[in-house]
Design a protein. Structure first.
Lengths: 840, 130
């Protein structure tokens, strides 16, 4: 296939026909929902998240109506608690984070000139998990059982089953489920950015949106798992009475605050950076020039990501920690203003240097910057501990966080909506309605939240359902209420604008005259993503590369065909985007949906203490996952295929060259982070107790013997797995199978040996936090050994079924990654519970 | 140092690989330094009720952290000046990719130096666990 072959219009038509057939969406009233194509799943995801945002917004309006006048009785205190808890939780977990994932699932393949993301079925699984978990959490308010402990769910109020009812479990389990889907999205997006770029798009040419997404997805890997660890401890306390946060039995509520805010503060940047990433796409387009200071944006994104993990204690300034600890976090909180400021200056400089087209999306961006800067500056104020002690838990904080989130997340998203609507639907939204909505929103936001600074400084606390007239804040509150309804009116204008869209005519292609790759999308979109995968030579190829659009459309770049009738995309190298492999992508399937339903049932049934049914759900989940996995890493019908221009790429790679290996590695990083949250718990309890471990009946154990046996057995199973991988690669398949079988038995033995320590020493987890945390670490590690057994059995079955050979060894290479992490987990766990007691 | 020697050094530094891993060296050093400062204080205050003024480990740790960050910044500075076509270094060439990553590393090194100094500053002011 050469450049000239594509001159033949008949050939092109035939190619298009094949591509169209391969990428044809499933149809039928049910099967249309089994689609996995990124544009459709992304659209469902976006609409669902938008719906949750409107729902959570209505909750806020009810709250503002209640607070409009002093001593109001529109809603009861209990309802009010549910309203603010659900408002905050939904906006964070069901709108801001999923919205970023949703938008990225739509945009990323377009930005990277890929046909789809590497794991389309994983995206679909993430979406269904999100939908089920979201409806479960949001719906609880209609049954008056919504969570009511604040979006951070501080114990001991929330862990006491006599004080906090089902709502706390719904929050913990429903949102844990959504955290799983966020981690799944993070895996998808990281591998997408690093491995699915078009040839030539080296790291220095990557669209800035992709840089931000990479950074944010990595942040999710390290931010969400500590919360998952916290959730585990929290539910063990609520469901089984293990006293992690109960001071009467040696627990400490502050541990929850640490784990929550290790998640909670990076979370702020997880929702802020993707929105600012939209700026990085919008600003150059409407400045009609390249962005200035590209490396400075990368500095800002990476710098913010790191610093954001050193801020969490600034939410805990009022908890009585040593001042010097507060000072460390105060220092980091001030430092994070530097990268945040840098990116705003970069945008201003780009606008300054360009020829500005004053469009509706740009208007939203500029308004957002103005609002965000106010929120950022009050952030610098509350990062100073003595000021925070005055403002903590008052409406000043409410004002600060809403300025940050409206300026840093919501308004940029609206700007992105106006900017990208033509990309997704082929139609522009109304400029007039967009501008009208903008000004209503802008005035509404300031009228709502600016008075709250003063309300807070005058002493009105947060999260209180009413206030006395004597406080003298009724005028300010009324202004806030009026502002909030004004803001809602602005949102309504946008909703109407969206609703009118189907009646409007199609816009021309690339209506904003943008330079980046995603604007190749045609108004009459095809499902194949991109006609041919281009060779990239510039950050703004549509502006800079000659005849770029025509060449893509005529299939003159790579992979213009689907000869074998398979969905395919190109994998390239991480740094320099050299073509490395063609992968076959997952096709529409009901399996992701079934897996999500099964996993959802585990969480939901556990909420209602239906443990046996939940166990059934867990077994169903495992079965669904295995069925799903069985179709992956398939051995291709031929070793390689040409992608055009004389380049021939392999169809099968294993180890670090393959996207599946990276997915395993990234998932295990998240897993290890959750584990480190539990280990942090153990040593945290050591610091709060003068004698730790304590002694007495039910508290002496687990001794050194069994933990050391378990550690040794895990290391043996790790060694057999590594040896099996090497033997398999050398063609000694029989020996590899024997080693895998041996390893399987040893891993199983390590599971029981790990539990034997606490079991034989009669550690009583309800008695005191020490036995509880030892049991938790032992069970966590044993459960991982259990998964290890499944991994080894699966790999053995693949080998016996001929789906894994010595050349096609992705399965065993992937499970070896798992075993590296298992070995690490076992070493840390068993050294901690077995050796630390005698060392301390 | 003779000019030739300098050129040799620069050439050796430029030949070192620049990757996403080298990009995150400076902020990772900040993170490790930050974590040790936090743990040092938290454990000392909880277990001993106080901490030593300018303990040797703290001073050495801070100096080492700054040294690593500055060294990686210096290497990045040299690499970001690898000769080639003129700025803005946005071509799809290996040299432009290297220069870009090196520049970003240099900037991150600057931010990390500020971060480490900020973190170390409280230990100059505060002396007890109140």
């Amino acid at each position: 296939m050469s450049l000239h072959a594509q001159d033949d219009a008949n050939l092109r038509a035939a190619q298009e026909e094949r591509l169209r057939a391969v990428w044809k969406p499933p149809s039928g009233w049910f099967f249309r929902w089994t689609d996995v194509n990124n544009n459709r799943v992304g659209m469902w995801y976006t609409l669902t998240a938008f719906g949750f945002m409107l729902f959570a917004g209505v909750l806020a309006l009810i709250m503002r109506a209640q607070l409009a006048v002093p001593a109001n009785d529109l809603v009861t205190a209990s309802t009010f608690n549910q309203l603010f808890t659900l408002h905050g939780s939904m906006m964070m977990f069901l709108f801001a984070v999923p919205m970023f994932e949703a938008v990225s699932i739509i945009l990323l393949p377009q930005l990277l000139g890929a046909r789809d993301l590497p794991f389309p079925r994983l995206s679909a699984f993430g979406y269904w998990s999100f939908l089920i978990g979201g409806v479960f959490v949001a719906g609880s308010i209609f049954f008056n059982v919504a969570p009511d402990g604040g979006w951070f769910m501080y114990p001991p109020f929330t862990t006491r089953t006599d004080l906090a009812g089902l709502g706390a479990d719904i929050w913990m389990l429903g949102l844990s489920f959504i955290e799983v889907s966020s981690v799944a999205a993070a895996v998808e997006l990281i591998v997408g950015v690093l491995k699915c770029r078009p040839p030539g798009m080296r790291l220095n040419l990557m669209p800035l949106y992709a840089w931000y997404i990479l950074v944010v997805a990595v942040m999710i890997l390290f931010a969400f798992p500590p919360l998952i660890a916290g959730d585990v401890l929290f539910e063990l306390e609520r469901l089984l009475g293990w006293p992690f946060f109960d001071p009467a039995k040696g627990g400490d509520p502050l541990l929850w605050q640490h784990l929550f805010w290790i998640f909670g503060h990076p979370e702020v940047y997880i929702v802020f950076l993707p929105s600012i990433a939209l700026f990085a796409m919008i600003v150059p387009t409407f400045s009609q020039r390249h962005i200035l200071g590209y490396p400075w944006i990368v500095l800002a994104a990476v710098g913010t990501a790191f610093l954001s993990f050193g801020l969490w204690v600034h939410h805990m300034f009022a908890t009585g920690l040593p001042k010097i600890s507060l000072a460390f976090f105060s220092a980091a909180s001030e430092a994070v203003a530097i990268p945040t400021g840098v990116q705003i200056f970069v945008f201003i400089a780009t606008l300054w240097a360009g020829r500005v087209v004053f469009s509706t999306p740009l208007l939203y961006c500029l308004g957002a910057i103005a609002i965000f800067v106010i929120g950022g500056l009050t952030g610098v104020m509350v990062a100073v501990a003595p000021f925070d002690w005055q403002a903590h838990d008052t409406y000043f904080i409410v004002a600060h966080l809403h300025y940050v989130l409206i300026g840093g997340t919501l308004m940029p998203l609206f700007g992105g909506l106006y900017y990208y609507w033509p990309l997704i639907t082929g139609k522009k939204l109304s400029d007039r309605m967009g501008r009208t909505a903008f000004w209503i929103l802008f005035v509404g936001a300031n009228l709502t939240f600016f008075p709250m600074h003063i309300t807070g400084l005058l002493g009105m606390p947060r999260r209180v359902f009413t206030y006395p007239a004597e406080l003298g804040v009724d005028g300010l509150n009324l202004a806030s209420t009026i502002g909030s309804y004004l803001f809602a009116a602005g949102v309504l204008v946008i909703v109407i604008d969206l609703a009118l869209s189907p009646k409007r005519a199609k816009a021309p292609r690339n209506p904003w005259n943008a330079g980046t790759l995603e604007w190749l999308a045609h108004p009459d979109d095809e499902d194949w993503g991109i006609r041919s995968v281009p060779l990239i030579e510039s950050r703004y190829p549509i502006w800079d590369q000659r005849d770029f659009v025509a060449k893509v459309d005529e299939g003159r770049f790579f992979l213009p065909d689907a000869e074998e009738g398979r969905r395919e995309t190109i994998i390239t190298t991480t740094l320099d985007a050299r073509p490395a492999q063609v992968i076959r992508l997952g096709t529409p399937s009901v399996i992701p949906m079934i897996t999500a339903v099964a996993l959802g049932s585990v969480f939901i049934l556990t909420t209602y203490h239906l443990y046996w049914l939940a166990l059934g759900g867990a077994v169903a989940t495992l079965a669904a996952v295995l069925v799903w996995l069985w179709s992956t890493a398939e051995i291709p019908e031929k070793p390689e295929k040409p992608i055009g221009h004389g380049i021939v790429l392999p169809l099968y790679r294993s180890g670090p060259a393959a996207p599946g290996w990276w997915a395993m590695f990234i998932t295990m990083l998240a897993d290890a982070t959750a584990f480190s949250g539990l280990v942090f718990g153990y040593y945290f309890f050591w610091t709060v107790h003068p004698n730790f471990p304590p002694s007495g009946p039910g508290m002496d154990g687990p001794g050194a013997f069994w933990p050391m046996v378990a550690m040794a057995l895990t290391l043996v199973s790790w060694a057999t797995t590594v040896a099996a991988r090497e033997l398999n690669a050398r063609g000694q398949v029989g020996a590899a199978r024997a080693l895998l079988s041996l390893g399987l038995a040893v891993t199983l033995a390590s599971l029981f040996a790990g539990l034997a320590g606490p079991w034989f020493s009669d550690l009583a987890p309800k008695l005191h936090v020490y036995p509880a945390i030892v049991w938790t670490l032992a069970i966590w590690t044993a459960a991982h050994a259990g998964v290890g057994v499944i991994c080894q059995a699966y790999t053995l079955a693949r080998s016996l079924a001929g789906r894994m050979t010595s050349e096609h060894d992705a399965d065993i290479r992937n499970i070896t990654v798992y075993f590296h992490f298992l070995a690490l987990t076992a070493i840390v766990t068993y050294a901690t519970i077995g050796l630390f007691p005698s060392a301390s | 140092m003779s000019e030739e020697h300098q050129n040799n050094l620069a050439a050796r530094l430029r030949s070192r690989r620049v990757t996403l891993w080298t990009l995150i060296v400076p902020p990772t050093v900040w993170a490790v330094h930050f974590m040790f400062c936090y743990l040092w204080v938290a454990v000392s205050c909880a277990k001993l009720g106080g901490f030593a003024r300018f303990p040797v480990a703290f001073v050495i740790g801070t100096i080492v952290a700054l040294a690593i960050i500055i060294a990686s910044g210096a290497v990045a500075f040299v690499q970001s000046r690898t000769p080639g076509d003129p700025p803005p270094h946005d071509e799809s060439t290996e040299i432009d990719r290297t220069r870009f990553l090196a520049t970003a590393t240099l900037l991150l090194a600057g931010l990390s130096v500020v971060g480490v100094l900020f973190t170390a500053a409280p230990a100059l002011m505060l002396t007890d666990c109140r």
